[in-house]
Design a protein around this ligand. Structure first.
Ligand code: SF4
Length: 423
């Protein structure tokens, strides 16, 4: 019942947040605040295998396309730098950012040359964990590596079509052992609530992570869908039963907390302080470059084209990769702020009031009262904090939020032919 209410709340929020409109002219980020150092996100959309459950912006790897893409991305980095943007942290996600290690290293070096970045996080897949690639990443200053594993169970890996390319659970474990201690943080991405994932499989995966591999950080994502992936996913891995999600999350949280991990977000458990995948929790504003990335600056969300060809063309013509934008009302900005801060477990009300010129409590009281009434959050002096059951509700909330983003990605892909072709 409460989960349904939460889902409805987020769908309503998504409908508004994702109501982007095509822009007739060039879409440009606003001038930067010279006193700010923004977070920079770079999207590398290429993968050697397209997993059936995945709704991210990803395309099959082709060396010629990827080469052009990295060149355009580097051009876009130079261009936002010339406009005065300064970046303090770098996240590179995908897709599989490590598909072309030399081009990736060159891109990271370019960002480091132009900006003093204090931390660099890169996503990768198990088959890229060889000594040469890892040392190359280490030398470029990468201090957090996030590896997409999803499960160590061979039958699930086969269903996901990952077994053949990324190896068995045993082999993936061996690769991860080789990375241990190399970076400040080694994060492993896992998924829970696969249709054929029994509780015994889940518990076995938990034991591998915390008892055998002792990884620094684990992000446990609930299985998410999008309109475009739900059918192929159902054919390949079965139908998702959302009613099991709570039970599975409780098993995960109990195990991870007992093993000495702390929550960095509702679904990320960490043994060390530092970066985690959900940079949106700690960075209200961010700049996303590359095809399929989003930026959020000055209360406006910007979406880059999902067409690799159009992206390369736009950048080569001296334009930006952004093709749509959505200006949020003050109320929407506050809701987004509340959603993201609470995803990290707590929200400082004093900071929120300062951020929104004393309007936060006045405009958000209904949302806050509702969330308190269903037991999702509690108030302690000047802090809002998630309750134990609130952590699970926030997992549902964020699952719905990202499913909405996935549907938006579907729309962007379908509408590629209608994007303006500027000359
Ligand atoms: S799950 Fe990772 S490797 Fe698989 S298609 Fe998505 S981004 Fe690529």
């Amino acid at each position: 019942m409460i989960e349904n209410l939460i889902s409805r709340y987020v769908r309503h929020l998504n409908q508004r947040l994702m109501a982007f409109g095509p822009e007739p002219g060039e879409v440009r980020l606003p001038d930067p605040d010279p006193d700010k150092r923004y977070l920079l996100y770079l999207h590398i959309p290429f993968c050697v295998v397209l997993c059936p459950f995945c709704s991210f912006h990803r395309v099959e790897f082709r060396k010629d396309k990827a080469t052009q893409y990295f060149e355009a991305l580097q051009r876009e980095i130079r261009s936002v730098t010339e406009r005065g943007y300064q970046f303090g942290e770098l996240y590179i996600g995908g897709g599989t950012p490590t598909v072309m290690p030399d081009a990736l290293a060159e891109t990271i070096e370019l960002v480091s040359k132009l900006h003093s970045v204090s931390s660099i996080s890169v996503e990768t897949n198990p088959h890229d964990l060889d000594a040469q690639k890892l040392n190359q990443l280490k030398q470029t200053g990468v201090n957090r590596l996030s590896v997409g594993v999803q499960s160590f169970d061979d039958s699930l890996l086969k269903e996901m079509q990952r077994y053949e390319k990324y190896g068995s659970g045993e082999e993936i474990g061996e690769h991860l052992r080789g990375v241990s201690g190399l970076f400040d943080t080694l994060n492993v991405d896992m998924i829970f609530n696969f249709p054929h994932q029994s509780e015994a499989i889940l518990k076995s995966d938990l034991a591998v992570l915390t008892d055998k591999l002792l990884v620094d950080q684990v992000s446990w994502y609930p299985l998410m869908t999008a309109a475009s992936t739900s059918r192929p996913m159902a054919r390949r891995i079965g139908n998702v039963d959302h009613s099991r999600a709570r039970k599975y999350y409780e098993v995960i949280a109990e195990h991870m907390l007992a093993a000495g991990y702390e929550r960095a977000s509702a679904w990320c458990f960490s043994r060390c302080p530092g970066m985690f995948d959900e940079y949106i929790v700690g960075h209200e504003e961010y700049v996303g470059l590359g095809s399929g990335s989003f930026s959020y600056v000055n209360g406006t969300m910007y979406a880059n084209t999902f067409s690799i060809n159009n992206y390369v063309r736009l950048i080569n013509e001296g334009l930006t990769g952004a093709v749509q934008k959505r200006e949020m009302t003050l109320f929407e900005q506050m809701r987004y702020y509340l959603l993201m801060r609470m995803f990290g477990g707590h929200l400082d009300l004093d900071i929120a009031e300062k951020r929104f010129d004393g309007q936060f409590g006045k405009l958000m009281w209904r949302d806050i009262a509702g969330l308190r009434a269903i037991g999702a959050i509690r108030k302690a002096s000047d802090q809002l904090a998630l309750t134990e059951s609130g952590y699970f509700l926030w997992v549902i909330l964020m699952r719905e939020f990202f499913s909405g983003v996935n549907n938006f990605r579907d729309d962007m892909r379908h509408n590629i032919s209608r994007e303006p072709r500027r000359v």
